[in-house]
Design a protein around this ligand. Structure first.
Ligand SMILES: [Ca+2]
Ligand SMILES: [Ca+2]
Length: 320
């Protein structure tokens, strides 16, 4: 009888210690939760967050859905990435991105990519002169164009950028080859960086349509008075070339993606409603001109309906 009583007291004591230990540890936990619930993932995320020196409580709170779900996946890398932003870690843009990626309770590899480029300018945080400003220099080029396409050295100073603007289009443009293959991501990237590109803006003021009939049914697309695509360069990369490079290098390419992203970027910069259409085996541009829908395939302009009727093997898979 005495032995049983002592054993009960010891077991009771162990359970009580475990109970208080977990609660003391997991001070963000809801006290109504059953003490035997499996808690380690929750604690791991919270503990890791609390070990970060640069994060304010407000930033940590943005991770709440991930803490609740207890899914670790890429969360540690994401937390470290945010902490490494130092003084930038508490900016509203950072908090917004965390909220966006954490809302489903999971941080996966795509969410981590998003966190690694907070301002979405295609320059990873660690190499970005300002990770919460897509246009650090403030001249409208964007950080990727400034650093990697035009290779400016100091984005805190506008002098270099202003000098470049004076010389457009006679400037050195880096090809940025390879553009991560011919993927959805590379087409989107080519369009995004072109929307901030001074060479694309310059040539967008020089586009034209050469109609073969008065009703503007068929025609050709012109850039600077010549056909927009001037030929195939079989010595060049099989991948797509960024529009600024193509426009300053004889407009030669062996990839339809180069022509289609460039045509789309030029038309958009000129104010047209234009879209890049990926049909997997081929890419073209859709554009509305004076209320009518057309397809531009390299240089040729077709009525949209007729184009897809004739090119019956082409099926738009993605429209950007
Ligand atoms: Ca960035
Ligand atoms: Ca930036």
């Amino acid at each position: 009888m005495g032995i049983i009583l002592v054993a009960s007291l010891i077991i009771g004591g162990v359970v009580a210690s475990a109970y208080f230990g977990i609660n003391a540890f997991n001070n963000h936990n809801n006290s109504n939760e059953h003490p035997n619930q499996t808690l380690p993932p929750l604690n791991d995320v919270q503990r890791y967050l609390d070990s970060m020196g640069n994060l304010t409580d407000a930033v940590k709170a943005e991770f709440a859905p991930v803490i609740q779900s207890g899914t670790l996946d890429y969360v540690k890398d994401a937390i470290k990435e945010i902490n490494d932003l130092g003084n930038y870690s508490n900016s509203p843009m950072v908090r917004e991105v965390i909220r966006e990626v954490a809302k489903d309770g999971i941080i996966d590899y795509k969410d981590l990519w998003r966190i690694q480029d907070i301002d979405g300018d295609y320059v990873k945080n660690f190499g970005d002169p300002n990770p919460v400003n897509p246009d650090t220099m403030g001249l409208g080029f964007g950080d990727l164009n400034s650093l990697f396409v035009y290779k400016l050295k100091d984005l805190t100073n506008k002098t270099e950028g202003e000098e470049l603007l004076k010389n457009i289009p006679n400037v050195n443009v880096s090809s940025l080859i390879p553009l991560a293959g011919n993927t959805y991501h590379s087409y989107q990237k080519a369009l995004d960086i072109s929307s901030m590109d001074p060479v694309v803006k310059y040539y967008s003021a020089k586009i034209g349509f050469n109609w073969t009939d008065n009703s503007k049914t068929y025609g050709t697309f012109l850039v600077d008075g010549e056909l927009s695509h001037l030929g195939y360069d079989h010595s060049s990369t099989p991948g797509i070339i960024i529009p600024a490079y193509y426009l300053t290098h004889e407009r030669l390419s062996q990839h339809c993606g180069t022509s289609a992203t460039t045509n789309t970027a030029l038309l958009r910069a000129a104010g047209y409603d234009a879209h890049f259409v990926d049909c997997t085996i081929h890419t073209v541009t859709e554009v509305t001109i004076e209320g009518k829908d057309y397809v531009i395939d390299y240089n040729r302009i077709w009525p949209k309906d007729e184009y897809f009727k004739q090119a019956s093997d082409l099926h738009p898979e993605r429209i950007l």
